[in-house]
Design a protein. Structure first.
Length: 95
C-alpha cells in the first residue's frame, strides 16, 4: 500500500540562467583550512557554459564561485551534504 506524500520540487536552473548569475563579491567567501568548503556543501553545483567550460555555483544564493575558491572557501550558510548522497559518493569513490 503506497502513501501519497507531497514531494519537494526544486526549480532546476538551466546553464543559460546560471551563466547570467554574478560572482560572489570579493570578501564574501572566507578562506578556511577545514572540510567546510564550498565543494562539500549540499548547495554546491556545477554546469557548463556555452563554451563548455565548467561553471561553479551556489544553488541557494544563485551566485557563481570563482575558480579554485570552491576548494578553499566557505560562506555562512554552508550545509552538510545529506547522508545518502555522501554514502553514494563514497561507494563510487567520487568523494
Amino acid at each position: 500500500m503506497s502513501t501519497n506524500q507531497p514531494q519537494k520540487v526544486f526549480k532546476k536552473n538551466s546553464s543559460a540562467e546560471k551563466a547570467s548569475w554574478d560572482y560572489f563579491e570579493e570578501g564574501y567567501l572566507t578562506n578556511t583550512y577545514s572540510a567546510v568548503v564550498c565543494i562539500t556543501c549540499q548547495n554546491f553545483d556545477h554546469s557548463l557554459d556555452k563554451y563548455f567550460r565548467t561553471v561553479l555555483n551556489c544553488k541557494i544564493q544563485q551566485h557563481l564561485i570563482p575558480d579554485g575558491e570552491h576548494l578553499t572557501s566557505s560562506c555562512s550558510i554552508w550545509s552538510k551534504r545529506n547522508a545518502e548522497e555522501k554514502d553514494y559518493l563514497l561507494r563510487h569513490k567520487i568523494a
